[in-house]
Design a protein around this ligand. Structure first.
Ligand SMILES: *Cc1c(COP(=O)(O)O)cnc(C)c1O
Ligand SMILES: [Zn+2]
Length: 413
C-alpha cells in the first residue's frame, strides 16, 4: 500500500511520479506531493504518533518518505509555550508561542531540510545544495555533515555574521554571491540545471516544503489534538505559510482532529512586503519588490508561493501585516522581556505583526492564537546590538556594587 501517489501540479492537476521534479512540463506550475489520504487514514492514529520518537519523525505517515534512510539531527518537538505575559500586554486571552528557535541549527529550516536531505539520499544524490537567505545555509550544511555528503551552499554576500559562521562551521563549500536572495536563487536555478545536485529548495522543493507541515502537526498535538483558532506566521518564499495550511487540513482529512483549520495571518517586514502589499491593495497577484530590511531571513522580493499565500489568507479569513525595522527590533525586545525568548529578526516581525493584527481587530481577543517563532536571536545580534542595556561596570568591592545597585534601582523607579 502506497501513501504517496506522486507529485501533482498545483495549477493543471497533472500527476507525475515521485521523482526529483519541481515544475510542470505542461504549464510550468509548481508540483506538490499528492497523498492517498485513505491509505494514510488507515495507518495513522494518535496513539501511534504518541509512541513515536520525540521529533518530526513521529509524523512519518504524513511525510513523503518511503524508506528508513533518513538524515536525523533530532529536529522538531520544540516547545509550545503558553505566553500569558505577552498575552496580557497584547490583550489576548490564550496565546501560545511555537518556539522553533531551538532546533539543531537554530531555526525551523531543519524541518524542511530533514525531509529534503533524506529524500536526496534516497534518490542517490551525492551533493546537497541550496539558495539561502541564511538559516537554510546553516541547516543544509549541518544535514550534509551528518549525512557525510558534500554541501554547496549559496548565500547573499551581505548576510549576518551569525549565519555565515553558523553555516561555515560545518565546512560546506560556502559561496557568497554579490547580490540579493533573488539573484542567488536565479543563479542557483542555472546551476541546478547543469550540475546533478540536490538543491533542497529548487529541484527538491516539493519534498522540502512538506517538512514544514510538522509545524502544524506538533501544535495540534501539543494543544491536545485540536487546531488553534488563529495562527500568525512569517512569509519569505511562502513555503512555510502554505504548508502550515496544508498540514492543519490534512489532520482533519485523516481523522486526527475534528476542528476546522485555523484562520491564517501572515507577517512580513515592511522593507520586503510583496504579499502584504497585494493583500492591502486587494490585488490578485503578488508583484516582486527589491528588499531593504533588517529581517534578512525574510528578504525574498519574488516569493514563489506568494500567490498561494494570498489565497490562503482569504480562504481562511485571516489577515496580513507588515513591520518596519524599528517595530521589528521592538518586537524582538518585547518577546524577550515578557517571555524570556530571544528570537531573530524574523521572530521580531512575527511579534510586531501579531500586535498589529490584534490592534486592527483581525485577531479577536478570545481566539486561541499561536505565533510561530522561527529563528534564534543569537544569529542576528547586530540587529539589536545598539538597542540593549549595557552592563554596569564596577570595581570588585561591595561598596562599588552597592553604589551601582542603588543607582540602578533609582533609575528604574
Ligand atoms: C526561511 C525562514 C522563514 C520563512 O520561510 P518561507 O520561505 O516562507 O518558507 C521564516 N523564518 C525564518 C527564521 C526563516 O529562516
Ligand atoms: Zn501543470
Amino acid at each position: 500500500m502506497t501513501r504517496v501517489r506522486g507529485l501533482r501540479c498545483r495549477e493543471c492537476g497533472r500527476l507525475y511520479p515521485a521523482e526529483a521534479l519541481h515544475v510542470c512540463d505542461e504549464c510550468f506550475g509548481p508540483l506538490e506531493v499528492d497523498y492517498d489520504y485513505d491509505a494514510v487514514r488507515a495507518v495513522v492514529s494518535r496513539e501511534k504518533i504518541a509512541a513515536g520518537p520525540r521529533s518530526i519523525w513521529r509524523y512519518r505517515d504524513l511525510l513523503p518518505l518511503d524508506d528508513d534512510r533518513v538524515v536525523d539531527l533530532g529536529t522538531g518537538f520544540t516547545p509550545l509555550v503558553r505566553a500569558d505575559n505577552l498575552a496580557r500586554v497584547l490583550g489576548l486571552r490564550e496565546l501560545y508561542l511555537k518556539n522553533d528557535s531551538v532546533n539543531p541549527s537554530y531555526s525551523f529550516k531543519d524541518r524542511p531540510v530533514a525531509i529534503a536531505s533524506s529524500k536526496a539520499l534516497q534518490f542517490g544524490f551525492d551533493t546537497l545544495a541550496c539558495a539561502s537567505t541564511g538559516n537554510l545555509a546553516c541547516s543544509v550544511a549541518a544535514h550534509a555533515a551528518r549525512a557525510g555528503v558534500r554541501a554547496c551552499v549559496f548565500i547573499p554576500a551581505d548576510l549576518e555574521q551569525g549565519k555565515i559562521l553558523g553555516a561555515a562551521i560545518y565546512e560546506p563549500t560556502l559561496i557568497a554571491v554579490d547580490g540579493n536572495y533573488d539573484d542567488v536563487n536565479r543563479l542557483c536555478s542555472e546551476i541546478a540545471d547543469q550540475y546533478g545536485w540536490a538543491f533542497v529548495n529548487i529541484n527538491l522543493r516539493p519534498y522540502y516544503s512538506e517538512g514544514s507541515k510538522t509545524l502544524a502537526f506538533e501544535v495540534a498535538e501539543q494543544l491536545g489534538w485540536r487546531a488553534p483558532d488563529h495562527v500568525v506566521a512569517p512569509i519569505a518564499s511562502g513555503s512555510l505559510f502554505t504548508k502550515l495550511w496544508k498540514g492543519f487540513n490534512e489532520l482533519r482529512l485523516v481523522g486526527l482532529i475534528d476542528s476546522p483549520a485555523p484562520r491564517m495571518s501572515a507577517a512580513q517586514p515592511l522593507g520586503c512586503a510583496p504579499v502584504y502589499t497585494a493583500y492591502r491593495d486587494g490585488a490578485r497577484d503578488v508583484r516582486p519588490v527589491r528588499p531593504n530590511t533588517i529581517a534578512k531571513s525574510l528578504a525574498i522580493g519574488n516569493p514563489a508561493d506568494g500567490y498561494y499565500c494570498l489565497r490562503i489568507i482569504a480562504e481562511s479569513g485571516g489577515g496580513c501585516a507588515a513591520a518596519s525595522d524599528a517595530e521589528i527590533i521592538e518586537g524582538i525586545k518585547l518577546l524577550a522581556r515578557t517571555e524570556g525568548i530571544f528570537t531573530e529578526t524574523a521572530g521580531g516581525v512575527t511579534i510586531a505583526c501579531l500586535k498589529k493584527l490584534v490592534e486592527a481587530g483581525t485577531i479577536h481577543p478570545d481566539e486561541v492564537t499561536v505565533a510561530y517563532i522561527t529563528g534564534n536571536g543569537l544569529k542576528t545580534q547586530e540587529a539589536v546590538a545598539g538597542h540593549i542595556v549595557q552592563p554596569i561596570r564596577i570595581a570588585p568591592t561591595l561598596d562599588a556594587f552597592e553604589a551601582a545597585f542603588r543607582e540602578r534601582e533609582l533609575a528604574l523607579a
